[in-house]
Design a binder for this molecule. Sequence first.
Ligand code: PLP
Length: 432
Amino acid sequence: MIDIKALLDFDTRHIWHPYTSMKDPLPVYPVKEAKGVWLYLYDGKRLIDGMASWWAVIHGYNHPVLNQAICKQVERMSHVMFGGITHEPAVSLARRLLEITPRPLDRIFFADSGSVSVEVALKMAIQYWTSKGKGEKKRFLTVLKGYHGDTFGAMSVCDPINGMHELFTHVLPQHLFAPEPPPLSAGDFKEEHIEPLREIAERHRHEIAAVIIEPVVQGAGGMRFYSPAYLKRLRELCDSYDLLLIFDEIATGFGRTGELFASYLAGVSPDIMCVGKALTGGYMTFGATLTTEEVALTISEGKPGVFMHGPTFMGNPLACAVSLASIQLLFSYDWKGKVKKMEEIMRRELSKCADVKGVNEVRVLGSIGVVEMMDVVDVAQIQKMFVEKGVWIRPFGKLIYIMPPYVIEEDELVTLCNAIFDIVRSISAEKY
Ligand SMILES: *Cc1c(COP(=O)(O)O)cnc(C)c1O
């Protein structure tokens, strides 16, 4: 028998959780196991997971197909160095990823997490221009409200004020920030929406290596949706000012927006693209940075003739095997129809929240549902209320949002939405 109290006590005293205090930590819920959309707690309670463990677990937990892929690979080899060695899982995954991502992407670097794939993307852009004899092109242009990860390079292109990294702004390289794209609710794209960015791009083109942006959905920086037409124009601007374009599809990749990748919503291809999160079906940490032949060859033709990155666990065979199985699983059923259905259900069910006092906006795109409140919510209190209702939803800031696994059934999704409606009403009754 596991002593849950002792386990939680030790956790509270010694273990850091994401963005938490060691002095006054928020409560954590011990999960014993998980299956499909369900998280099972030690006290016998089970919760419908609305978060897919932060976008990642698209097929649900403990999926027999993914389990089998990873078990088979464990029996062959769990890991082998990627320096001077290759293996079938890496090659098969690369082949498949290059087939399903936008066409000009033709070369791939396997990274060990989303943040690292962003670091790799930034380094690729800098090495590209250095190889071309334009070492002065070493800054990045991005938009406010973005999120690209927690490592130093990634932090430097996150929202500098609203972001999670304000504390580090003074030690980060100073990059360029344009206003965030207007929300989808602002109506059709107009040139004036991108004019501030265009102006910065033109003025600083000599020192900008690339524009980095999350296509269509800005995730952890505010759960915002913007017009795909913005990206079409952004691609033109990058071409005319000689800037590379980096799409961070770590959150949006693998169907979340209703298209396989958000770049397909816009019909636009980047020069460099990052994937992570749902890449492994949420089984383990992994990421990849894809680029074009032109970028890859240019880097390789310059000094020192190689791309300067190579993590210890690069191309981990377990991660490659489970990623390939996850992609095959996604293509084995009508995932697009499923995401569309989830979108319809969330639109119908969450729209009830829009009339509640204290709610600023309700928005749904693909399998992402967001209720934005007027004020910051009390995470610990609300989390507890959600758990009591049998759902796992973790709000942050003013945002109560869900992006469940695609295997969720209609009644389960309705339960999630109803839980949000109930909680929003009770916050409203208390505060407004
Ligand atoms: C989560 C996320 C990252 C960082 O990925 P990690 O695996 O947490 O390092 C980067 N960019 C976007 C858009 C993300 O959503």
